[in-house]
Design a protein around this ligand. Sequence first.
Ligand code: ADP
Length: 320
Amino acid sequence: VKTIGVLTSGGDAPGMNAAIRAVVRTAIHKGLVVKGIMRGYAGLLQEEIVDMTSTSVSDIIHRGGTILYTARCQEFTTAAGQQKGAEICKKHNIDGMVVIGGDGSFRGAGKLSALGINTIGLPGTIDLDIACTDYTIGFDTAVNTAMEAIDKVRDTSTSHERCSIIEVMGRNAGYIALWCGFANGAEDILLPERYDGDEQALINRIIENRKRGKKHHIIINAEGIGHSSSMAKRIEAATGIETRATILGHMQRGGAPTCKDRVYASIMGARAVELLCEGKSNRVVGYKHGEFVDFDIQEALAMTKDIPEDQYQISKMLVR
Ligand code: ADP
């Protein structure tokens, strides 16, 4: 490869900038030309392509968001859109591409690879919902942001002797909820992978805890379950305990990346460029069993993962 492109796609995540910086600087170190593609696949199809230099990525390692912006793009899910994208890459001499995003973005990356553009995916999502990896860029920052916010809600919840339902992000994955369950000492954690919808059992636990003298009851509710506000109303009606819902929302996607997100995103960014230089394509970089590794994109997309059952059981035991 001589010229590589880099884009961020799908939901943004803190640490994407550190990954972009590592891609650009590693590529320049190896004598490659680097182009930044703005707004993911949407920007590719609009030819929003800019030259990247070492200074284009100055002063961004500590910033949340993505300097390349991100987007979702329906047109790129069609064969015609993918063909157009590959042709635009060729027109700009882009023969290698780094795509930072989630599973949807990797599907697009697989298509680009099949059309002759050597493409490598980097896992960027706060949700940790990518099966081939134990780490995704942004999760560590998001879970720390959520933890700090929940601590604050907990203070006021205790003062007012309330029950609080706090909804965290994660789409259909409960990783942020599970981690906050541990880190915040929540009384209940409702995970999409496990919650059986038994609200009466939840209500019984709240009443029982209040009888035992607990001053608050923190319920961490994962995004995939949702309905936090209506759940709060039903719990208040059934228990007589004042119950409030707090939806943390997009604050979990922003902010300065943690040290771990900066370091891992940097290593993964450099790894992606090394793979391209080795002539590899259609790979996604992951972190498994303490090592940075890479997988075939289709194999990675076919993998599944679940909340570790032992961790879930421990989290439940520690709040009783
Ligand atoms: P994420 O990458 O975070 O999972 P999305 O699922 O929204 O986010 O995917 C991001 C973008 O990737 C989509 O808007 C689309 O342009 C592209 N994409 C998703 N699925 C496919 C597919 N099957 N083929 C080609 N491109 C896809």
